[in-house]
Design a binder for this molecule. Sequence first.
Ligand code: AAL
Length: 452
Amino acid sequence: MKKNIFTYLFICVYLLSSACIQATNIKGTVKHAETMNPVPNVLITDVHKTISTRTDINGNFNLDISADNTFSLVFDNSLFIVQEKTFSLTDNSIEVLLIPRKTSAATARWRDYIETPKAYNQTRFVKNEGWGLQFEQAKLKGDFAVDTTMIRRDPSAVIKVGKTYYTYYTRGTRYRPGGEEKFFPWDECDVWYATSKDGWKWKEHGPAVERGVKGAFDDASVFTPEILAHNGMYYLVYQCVKNPYIHRVKNTVGMAVASSPDGPFKKLAQPILVPTNNGQWDKGDHDEVLKKGDFDSHKVHDPCLMFYNNKFYLYYKGERMGEEKMHGQREIKWGVAISESPTGPYIKSPCNPITNSGHEVCVWPYKGGIALIHTDDGPERHTIQWSPDGINFEIMGKINPHTPKAFGIFRTDNHDESPTEGIRWGLCHKYGGDHWRTGYNYIQRFDTKEKE
Ligand code: AAL
């Protein structure tokens, strides 16, 4: 008994002393990156949201940090891009420079839309000549013939290497081996690839990228890939989820690189894109939040890598913590992260979000700018848009609400011939079965025609 009391006492003393040793007072200043003026009222939290403080009128803050060697803080003020930075306990005077946010053309329009349901649901724009588009869909042959036991979905762009077309896509079984349902159709999937000589009959070759080992950031699923062929290298970008796949899980974007379209693809050790860490969950396990955070505080989806203006533009769809329906529509917007090198680092644009609507990312080059299609979600759903700079998009035309989903475009070099030449054909996915969550998914072909 005595021995037990001593043991407890020893543990208490040890815990108290280690707590005392570890709490270090960290001081710092936050400044405007361009003017170098102090920034007051910046919310500073540790990455796990356990401690927080705000900068004072002189941009100064101090925090008691309990950590071993390093710690990470999130700096959040609505006028600036959120910054997440790792410091060492020996950094006793931190200086952080915040980059001011800029308003994209789509965000400027958003401010008008949200005033009333009518404004939100009756987007007005001038229809520009040459931007009409009509879609046809058809079933595929070979390994892409409909299979009701499988999930094949979210095909990447189709690329042509020599005389062969390649695509990469999400592949898994509809149910778990025991017949049990998965969390989502795209849970427990891998990225596979297939080839075709004519774009209609496809042969599946096996995985290009598989889920990671237990405990890795990609151990639950790797899915929704896109491919960029650049200077003889092949860059696959895709969504990654870590176990357990629950509603509140945050996802990341991973990359794998190969010197041949057949692989082997080597994964980068770390994700190239993560959600913005400025939302805060409330009690509960679903969409209950204390703070929603940025448009991409929960998920970074549908990555699509483009080589543009001598840089690498990683377009993506953001989903927000605590997402709600706005005037009947999902609250979804796209962002872009830009890098000088294909493997990163990717820096989120200060103009994010660059759209106010949209679902799966679909972009192609046109006349020195970038065109896009919004199939679903938001006030500008069912539109085609174009931006001169890959960032500030304007509505150019309207598409039929029943267009295919999840385009994987075959992008040709003659994309400047007409506004929609960059999207003449490609692959898309379809849902089969009674419910999107439990049904099968298969890949189809789409072809387009100009429409006035
Ligand atoms: C799709 C895409 C992403 C989502 C899921 C699979 O429509 O937006 O890929 O995670 O649904």
